[in-house]
Write a protein that binds this ligand. Structure first.
Ligand code: SAH
Ligand code: SF4
Length: 374
């Protein structure tokens, strides 16, 4: 294995200015990294060779390599990405349709893209319904490994730097358990001369580390939060998410109330619906009560079964009845359609199931990895 180095994607533009002189070179390099998505120093055409050689001794350009990808019939693409130490994780490219009005007032359908990003290899939280948890925890991702997921997927999809993109931190891992690296990645995404992805377009999903929700709020990064609530009483929530014992429902609700949000926006509550566990109208009733006074939006998620799980997917009728109850009682509520379900790319369903390199999957790359082909 070659030496593991930090990456140029680990640093804000200001930090790079402290490392690289003169400043205009940093601006050029920033353009190569975030507008051209270069993967090697060779591609940085207007940078002097001496500077590139110097930088190459200390930093890699992009620490990730695409080792496999699977495309779903709905346009969702799941990527398996390998890091410098050989470990792998996944990111997902999601295509959604957005209905908009054009300048003549005509209704047009525009494609809208979201990248689902991982923040750790594995996860410590250990939720009983989650496939990521089954593999235990390996390590936190570095800032560059978080940033590089977006750069790499935009490059692979030929998505220009100034086209809008949303980021959801809903891949592998608990984002708030890697808060420092996450916060720096959020800042780098926001850089005006980089990808320019505002906080409004970034959503941090958490299983509810209440003290870290406060810390994230104090950083005032302008991001949205999504709370993986999943249950309305502490007994069931602790069965599903063991760390609920330390961060119970009321501590989370209190932290959410303190969280700074854009006045036009809402806090998203994710509610994973599991058959005969939390899909009854009694739970819906308690949910309405719990969220009273919060500008909330509820996202109902079908439990997505996998081999070996004891939980079942709810029926659509129960799901719709649950949604109707919430809506009737004044809550905004959507049912998440299962994007990329045929390739198990539902967020939180990553890697373990598709752990790869099957001959069949490699075939479409001619037996080579994606980066070898580039
Ligand atoms: N750790 C963070 C973010 C990653 S998980 C969190 O828990 O919020 C992202 C989402 O995927 C969570 O809402 C999680 O509950 C959901 N998820 C996990 N396993 C799932 C499964 N088997 N079916 C459907 N959604 C699942
Ligand atoms: Fe970790 Fe989220 Fe999976 Fe729970 S649902 S184990 S917090 S990734």
């Amino acid at each position: 294995m070659s030496e593991i180095k930090p990456s140029l994607l680990d640093f804000t533009q200001k930090e790079l200015m402290e490392k690289i002189k003169p400043a205009f070179r940093v601006k050029q390099i920033f353009g190569w990294l975030y507008h051209q998505y270069v993967q090697s120093y060779d591609e940085m055409k207007n940078i002097p060779k001496a500077l590139k050689d110097e930088l190459a001794k200390k930093y890699v350009v992009n620490p990730l390599r695409i080792v496999n990808k699977e495309e779903s019939s709905d346009g969702t693409i799941k990527y398996l990405l390998q890091m410098q130490d050989g470990k792998t994780m996944e990111a997902v490219w999601l295509k959604m349709k957005e209905t908009q009005l054009d300048s003549n007032g005509e209704v047009i359908q525009e494609a809208k893209y979201t990248i689902c990003v991982s923040t750790q290899v594995g996860c410590k939280v250990g939720c009983s319904f989650c496939l990521t948890a089954k593999g235990g925890f390996t390590r936190d991702l570095t800032t560059a490994e978080i940033v590089a997921q977006v750069v790499t997927l935009k490059r692979d999809n030929d998505h220009k730097h100034n086209r809008k993109i949303n980021i959801v931190y809903m891949g592998m891992g608990e984002p708030l358990d890697n808060l420092d690296n996450l916060a720096k990645a959020i800042e780098i995404f926001k850089e005006d001369e980089g990808l320019c992805i505002s906080g409004k377009r970034q959503t941090v999903s958490t299983s509810g580390l209440s003290n870290k929700i406060d810390q994230l709020g104090k950083m005032d990064l302008g991001v949205h939060i999504a709370i993986s609530l999943h249950a309305v009483d502490n007994d069931l929530r602790s069965e599903l998410i063991p760390m609920n014992k330390a961060h119970n429902i009321s501590s989370i609700i209190e932290a959410v109330k303190r969280f700074p949000i854009d006045t036009r926006k809402r806090v998203m509550f994710e509610y994973l619906v599991i058959k005969n566990k939390n899909d009854d109208i009694g739970s819906a009733k308690k949910l309405v009560k719990l969220l009273t006074g919060i500008k909330a939006k509820v996202n109902l998620i079908f439990f997505n079964p996998y081999p070996g799980t004891t939980y079942d997917r709810p029926t659509r009728a129960d799901m719709v009845a649950f949604q109707e109850y919430l809506v009737k009682h004044g809550l905004l509520c959507t049912i998440r359609d299962s994007k990329g379900i045929d390739i198990s790319a539902a967020c939180g369903q990553l890697k373990e199931q598709g752990e790869f390199s099957s001959a069949k999957e490699r075939d479409h790359l001619g037996g080579k990895t994606e980066s070898e082909l580039k």
